[in-house]
Design a protein around this ligand. Structure first.
Ligand SMILES: [Zn+2]
Ligand SMILES: [Zn+2]
Length: 362
């Protein structure tokens, strides 16, 4: 019996020791938990705030393709974002960034006689109101705008002529009443007769340095033109007072409603059709240096009320003052006898019918 009791006590202590040991081990695991403090702190303290540097371009955007850029934090984190495609920047139909060219479709072309280039000969099936004439057609340069190519295309609003064109034919844009914007590019040599006649919407024309021939009436009846100029460096033409002047010959080739004819002696004749159809002109003084007034020079200046003609004038062409229906007063510096010495062309009734003041001194 005693043996049994001893065995029991022994088992009891063994069991107790065992429980104690297990609970000690549990305690040990509990106390060992703070041995991993960083993990705990990262949950409780605020996150690291990235401090990114400047964006730097990884791949630049082009006119049509997106690019990308990136920035980096001191912690190594990077951010990337898209740079949107910039879009083309067209100036006169050519993108200044990538060189892409706007081109109107459906125009008609004719092979030049020499077979080396094409002329644009008509609007064809093109419906564009903003016309962009290509510089190349079927692998050959487009070198001219044929006569009457766009005559009476009243819906055209703007025309961009490529630098490959050297000739703008007679009546090429005549009667394009809606045309408000045309840029004649450097490279054009010849502007034909009546090329832009009856383009009342044009407000500004610049003749490039390359032009060495402007046909008569090229800008006749363009009553909206308020600024006429010739680019510096043109060997044949120059401009002054919104007049285009054939410099060496002293011929005022084209004027407009805003023209003031230079009085410095640089103009010796008013060219044919120079001011025809400029209905804004009401009073006109022709300077002393002028000897000739060409045919139709002031034809259909329907609001012209008075004109001063110097004694130097020896000839006035046909229709020079034709259809100047409101012309009332002619001031002439010479005598009555000298007046009748002027070679006067036909159809100048408004001039001869007006009240004439001879011996006029300004
Ligand atoms: Zn960071
Ligand atoms: Zn572009």
């Amino acid at each position: 019996m005693k043996k049994h009791i001893l065995t029991f006590i022994l088992l009891f202590f063994l069991l107790a020791a065992l429980i104690c040991c297990v609970s000690c081990q549990n305690g040990a695991t509990e106390t060992s938990a703070p041995a991993n403090p960083a993990a705990d702190n990262s949950v409780e303290t605020p996150a690291h705030e990235h401090s990114f540097g400047e964006w730097s371009v990884v791949e630049a955007a082009t006119c049509t393709e997106d690019g990308s850029e990136t920035r980096k934090c001191s912690c190594g984190e990077t951010e990337t974002r898209t740079i949107p495609a910039a879009g083309h920047e067209y100036v006169n139909g050519v993108c200044t960034v990538c060189g892409d060219k706007l081109v109107s479709e459906g125009l008609s072309f004719t092979l030049n006689e020499d077979g080396a280039g094409y002329s644009v000969s008509g609007i064809g099936t093109c419906k564009d109101t903003e016309l962009f004439i290509p510089d190349v057609y079927e692998g050959k340069p487009v070198t001219s705008i044929a006569g009457s190519a766009f005559e009476d295309c009243e819906k055209l609003v703007s025309v961009t002529i490529p630098g490959s064109v050297t000739i703008i034919g007679n009546k090429a844009f005549s009667g394009c009443a809606g045309l408000t914007q045309v840029t004649i590019p450097e490279g054009v040599i010849s502007i034909g007769k009546f090329a832009f006649c009856d383009c009342a919407g044009l407000t500004e024309v610049t003749i490039p340095a390359s032009v060495d021939s402007i046909g008569e009436a090229a800008f006749a009846n363009c009553s909206g033109i308020a600024a006429l100029s010739v680019s510096a460096g043109n060997q044949k033409y120059s401009s002054a007072g919104n007049c285009i002047i054939e410099t060496a010959a002293g011929i005022l080739t084209a004027g407009c409603g805003a023209s003031v004819i230079p009085t410095d002696g640089s103009v010796t004749s008013i060219g044919g059709w120079a001011f025809s159809g400029f209905s804004g002109i009401t009073d006109l003084t022709i300077p002393e240096s002028v000897t000739l007034i060409g045919e139709c020079a002031f034809f259909r200046c329907t609001r012209l009320a008075s004109v001063t003609i110097p004694q130097s004038v020896t000839a006035i062409g046909d229709n020079a003052f034709g259809s100047c229906s409101r012309l009332q007063t002619v001031r002439y510096a010479g005598s009555e006898e000298q007046w009748f010495g002027i070679s006067l062309g036909e159809s100048n009734d408004p001039l001869t019918d007006a009240e004439r003041i001879c011996g006029y001194m300004p």
